[in-house]
Design a protein around this ligand. Structure first.
Ligand code: SPV
Ligand code: MG
Length: 275
């Protein structure tokens, strides 16, 4: 089971790699939040793609790109998949919601789903558009998020496997793992399951592994939440103290940022090439 952590920019992607995760989740939620926007299909494909490309340039980990609803219909998906594969993604996740989508974890959020056949067309388009068989097409089932129940979630997952999906991402906003565990236990398909246990943190890696069908566990938004936690704390301390004396002791030194920026290499290059 691969452990994948969200990132919203190249620096957070580099920190994901240093921490030892197996892959990077180019999260739409994180990138929207980093842009100061709601995760409701406001970020354009070009913006998300550029960010993904910048992340790919700074890490060697595989990147799973969250392309929301695929930026349009099945015809648009042909272009989306070609673009993300060319940009260096290892996989795309396409969700079966209608455009514009509403972020999944919002209580009482509007969650409109595409008809099954229409989404199958999008998955078939995605499969046909990839060049490398190793580039994964992950179909995301939002039936549990939309309150449609396990029966429909399983029906959708089976239909998306039949359309050629390599994996099924099943999402839930229940605060206990019961709903997801039940879905996984009843999953009778042949392709692995992907989960994002943000809402149900009791789902540890050991518990997910014990289900034997989970191929990828994604930590969906912990980079942006950690960043917000850190900034809120330090900014408040500076305002409160009227200076940086205390805050300075609680944050990484400037030298740590220099290390991440590879300033040693810059110095070496200066010696070598500047005349
Ligand atoms: C994201 O990180 O953008 C996701 C996961 O799609 S969630 O926000 O939980 O829907
Ligand atoms: Mg998303």
């Amino acid at each position: 089971m691969a452990r994948v952590m969200a990132a919203h920019d190249p620096l957070s992607a580099m920190l994901v790699e240093e921490a030892g995760f197996d892959g990077i989740w180019a999260s739409g939620f994180e990138f929207s939040a980093a842009m100061g926007l709601a995760d409701i299909s406001l970020v354009s494909m070009a913006e998300h793609l550029t960010n993904m490309r910048n992340m790919a340039a700074r890490t060697s980990l595989p990147i799973i790109a969250d392309v929301d609803t695929g930026y349009g219909n099945a015809i648009n998906v042909l272009h989306t998949v070609a673009q993300y594969e060319a940009a260096g993604a290892a996989a795309v996740v396409i969700e079966d919601k209608m455009f514009p989508k509403v972020t999944s974890l919002l209580a009482g959020g509007r969650q409109d789903l595409l008809p099954i056949a229409e989404f199958q067309g999008k998955i078939e388009a995605a499969v046909s558009a990839r060049k490398d068989r190793g580039f994964l097409i992950i179909a995301r089932v939002e039936a549990l998020i939309a309150g449609r129940g396990e029966k429909e979630a399983l029906e959708r997952a089976r239909a998306y496997e039949a359309a050629g999906a390599d994996m099924i991402l099943i999402h839930s906003k229940q605060t206990s793992p019961d709903e997801i565990e039940s879905f996984i236990q009843n999953w009778d398909g042949n392709i692995p399951i992907v989960i994002v246990p943000t809402a149900y943190p009791e789902m540890t890696e050991a518990r997910a592994k014990a289900l034997k069908k989970v191929g990828i566990l994604i930590y969906g938004n912990h980079a942006i939440r950690a960043a917000v936690t850190g900034m809120q704390k330090i900014f408040a301390r500076i305002i409160e103290d009227g200076g940086i004396e205390n805050a300075d002791k609680e944050i990484v030194p400037v030298s740590e940022i220099f290390r991440l920026q590879k300033m040693d290499q810059v110095k070496e290059n200066e010696k070598k090439f500047l005349r």
